[in-house]
Design a protein around this ligand. Structure first.
Ligand code: PLP
Length: 539
C-alpha cells in the first residue's frame, strides 16, 4: 500500500474527557473520538483546535427550576507548552497565539491555540466556546483557521489534506489562498490548487444552524485575509455563508450519515460549482464509551444481564449522589440526554398526560434526562424548565441531571435499559449517543433519523417509531409531533414495556443483537478507513 496522505484536521471543539472543557456537544465528541482513533490505529494526522479558557456554558438550575448559565476559568494539566507562537491580525491588531499540545487521553498530535497571554490586548478571543457575538465568533474562527495553518507551518508539518470539520474552520482556506497568491498565483489559480487540498464535513441539516456573516463585518475583522469583497461573494455569497464557502473551497464533502447525505445534497442543491457530498456515518471510540465487560458478555464470556445490572446500579447510585432520588433497579429505566435544541423535542414524551402519567405514577417507567440549551436559546431553556417541572410532578420516576457532560453521557449510555431519541426527522444529522448505548446493550428506541436507519432491525436490536415520516410529510410541525407522539406511545406500550417486564429472554437476545450488530459498524476504525479511502486519498 502506498503511503497515506498527511491530514490536518480542524475543529472548534474536542470532547476528550470531562476534565477538559473544550467541547459543547456532539461535534466535539466526534472530533475527540476521531483523535483517539487516529492514535489507536496509527493514521498520519494532526488536529488543531482551541484551548478554551472557560469552555462552553455550565448549566445550573435555580430555585424556581429555571436553567441559567455559569462560566468558570479552567486550569488544564493535560497540556504542554510547545514554545510555538504565531500571529494573526484581527481588527487591524496583531494577536499572538500560543500553542499547546495535548499530552493525555491517548490522542494523536493535537494542538490547541490560545490567545490568553499577557502580551495580547485581545485575550478574550479564546474565552468561551461558541461565544455570543458575531465578531467574537469570527475572531475565534480566525484564530482556528488562519492561526491553525500558521501553526502547521511553524511545526513543519507537511499536510497534504486540510479537513474542515464544520464550516467554522473555513478561514484556513483563506490562509491557503493568501499563501498561494503571495507566491504569485491569481485568485482563480490559487482557488484551483486550494480546492485540491481541502475536504469538508457538514453537520447541520438546519438552515439557520449554518452560520453566516455580513461582508462588512468580515472585512472589518480582517477575516477576508487579503481577499476582495467580490472574491468573498464569489465563495460564500452575501451575506457570507460559511457552509457555502467551505463547500466551494473543497474537493469533496460529506454528510455524517447516509440519510444526512441526501438531506445535505438537497439542502445545498442551489449552490453552483460545489463538490459532491458523500455520506460517511459517524462512529465512536469504543474504549472511551463502552463497557468492555458488556462486549465480553455479548461474546459469551460472562453474564449479560448481571453485567448490565451492575451498570444500571452504578447509574442509580450516580443519580442518587447528584439528586437525592433513589430509582428502582427492577423497573424500566429510560435515558435521554441531548442538547435541549427544539428539534430534539426532549419533553415530547410528556405531551399526553393521560398516557404517560399512569406509567410514571405506578413506577413502571423511570426517565433520566440531561441536556443543556445554548445560552441564547430561550426555547431550549423552556424545554429544560419543563422537564425540571416534571421532576417535581413525578419525583420518584423523572430525574434531571444538570450540566450534561461526558461523565453524565457515559453513565447514562451504560446504565439505562432503553435509549430514547425523538428528533424531528431528518434534522438529527447522525447522533452518536445511540451508538454508545447500542454497544452497551442499552436498547435504542428511536425515530428513524441520523444513524439509526442504518442499524435498526425493529424488534430485533431495538425499536423504531414513526415509520420514517418527517417534516416534509406534514403540513405543520404540530401534525408531525402528534404523529410521532402516537407512534412513540404505541411502541412503548405494546412492545418496549411488555418485553421488559414479561419476556426477559427476548430482552436479552435483543441486547446481544444490539451489541453484535453495532460494535464494528459504528466503531471509529470503520469511519477512519472511509475518510481515508473516500475523501483523503485522491482518486
Ligand atoms: C455522545 C455525546 C454527545 C452526542 O450525542 P448525540 O447523540 O449527538 O446527542 C453529546 N454530548 C455528550 C456529553 C456526549 O457524551
Amino acid at each position: 500500500m502506498s503511503k497515506l496522505p498527511n491530514v490536518a484536521y480542524f475543529c472548534m471543539e474536542y470532547g476528550l474527557d470531562a476534565s477538559i472543557k473544550t467541547y459543547a456537544g456532539g461535534l466535539g465528541i466526534l472530533a475527540g473520538d476521531y483523535m483517539k482513533g487516529v492514535k489507536d490505529h496509527d493514521f498520519p494526522m494532526v488536529g488543531l483546535g482551541i484551548k478554551w479558557k472557560q469552555g462552553y456554558t455550565d448549566q445550573r438550575i435555580n430555585e424556581e427550576g429555571q436553567p441559567y448559565d455559569s462560566y468558570t476559568n479552567q486550569q488544564y494539566d493535560c497540556l504542554e507548552d510547545t514554545g510555538i507562537k504565531v500571529k494573526v491580525k484581527i481588527r487591524q491588531r496583531d494577536v499572538t497565539i500560543k500553542v499547546w499540545k495535548v499530552v493525555e487521553f491517548g490522542v494523536c498530535p493535537l494542538y490547541l491555540l490560545d490567545t490568553d497571554i499577557p502580551e495580547n490586548a485581545d485575550t478574550w478571543i479564546t474565552g468561551q466556546l461558541y461565544g455570543w457575538f458575531g465578531e467574537e465568533r469570527i475572531a475565534q474562527e480566525m484564530v482556528l483557521g488562519i492561526g491553525g495553518v500558521r501553526v502547521l507551518r511553524a511545526l513543519g508539518y507537511e499536510a497534504e489534506v486540510y479537513h474542515f470539520n464544520e464550516g467554522h474552520a473555513l478561514f484556513a482556506g483563506f490562509e491557503l489562498l493568501r499563501e498561494k497568491m503571495e507566491a504569485g498565483l491569481t485568485f482563480n489559480e490559487a482557488l484551483k490548487v486550494t480546492r485540491e487540498e481541502v475536504v469538508f464535513t457538514t453537520h447541520t441539516p438546519i438552515v439557520e444552524g449554518n452560520e453566516s456573516h455580513t461582508l462588512d463585518i468580515l472585512m472589518y475583522m480582517g477575516a477576508n485575509n487579503g481577499l476582495t469583497v467580490e472574491q468573498l461573494v464569489s465563495l460564500g455569497g452575501a451575506p457570507f455563508n460559511m457552509t457555502v464557502g467551505a463547500l466551494k473551497m473543497s474537493r469533496i464533502a460529506n454528510g455524517v450519515a447516509q440519510l444526512h447525505m441526501e438531506t445535505a445534497n438537497k439542502m445545498w442543491e442551489g449552490v453552483s460549482e460545489r463538490p459532491e457530498i458523500i455520506g460517511i456515518t459517524n462512529a465512536i471510540h469504543t474504549p472511551t464509551w463502552v463497557d468492555s465487560a458488556m462486549l465480553a458478555a455479548a461474546a459469551g464470556e460472562g453474564d449479560l444481564w448481571e453485567t448490565h445490572m451492575k451498570n444500571k446500579r452504578d447509574l442509580i447510585k450516580f443519580v442518587n449522589e447528584r439528586t437525592g432520588v433513589t430509582l428502582d433497579a427492577d423497573k424500566l429505566l429510560v435515558g435521554f440526554s441531548r442538547r435541549a435544541a427544539p428539534y430534539k423535542r426532549s419533553n415530547l414524551i410528556f405531551s399526553d398526560p393521560e398516557v404517560i402519567e399512569p406509567l410514571l405514577k405506578e413506577g413502571k417507567l423511570q426517565i433520566v434526562f440531561s441536556g443543556k440549551a445554548h445560552p441564547l436559546d430561550d426555547t431550549g431553556k423552556k424545554i429544560v424548565a419543563n422537564i425540571v417541572e416534571m421532576t417535581k410532578k413525578y419525583p420518584n420516576s423523572v430525574v434531571f441531571l444538570e450540566n450534561y457532560d461526558m461523565t453524565i453521557g457515559k453513565a447514562l449510555t451504560r446504565g439505562s435499559d432503553v435509549w430514547l431519541n425523538n428528533p424531528r426527522r431528518p434534522l438529527e444529522a447522525s447522533g452518536t449517543s445511540g451508538m454508545k448505548a447500542a454497544m452497551n446493550g442499552v436498547l435504542n428506541f428511536s425515530i428513524l433519523d441520523g444513524w439509526w436507519p442504518e442499524a435498526c432491525d425493529h424488534g430485533v436490536n431495538g425499536w423504531q417509531f414513526g415509520d420514517g415520516k418527517g417534516v416534509s410529510d406534514f403540513a405543520t410541525l404540530e401534525e408531525l409531533d402528534a404523529h410521532d407522539l402516537k407512534a412513540l406511545y404505541d411502541v412503548l406500550l405494546t412492545e418496549v414495556i411488555p418485553t421488559y417486564y414479561e419476556n426477559r429472554e427476548k430482552w436479552l437476545q435483543m441486547m446481544k443483537a444490539s451489541i453484535v450488530s453495532c460494535r464494528e459498524q459504528f466503531a471509529v476504525k470503520r469511519m477512519l478507513d472511509e475518510y481515508y479511502n473516500l475523501m483523503y486519498i485522491k482518486k
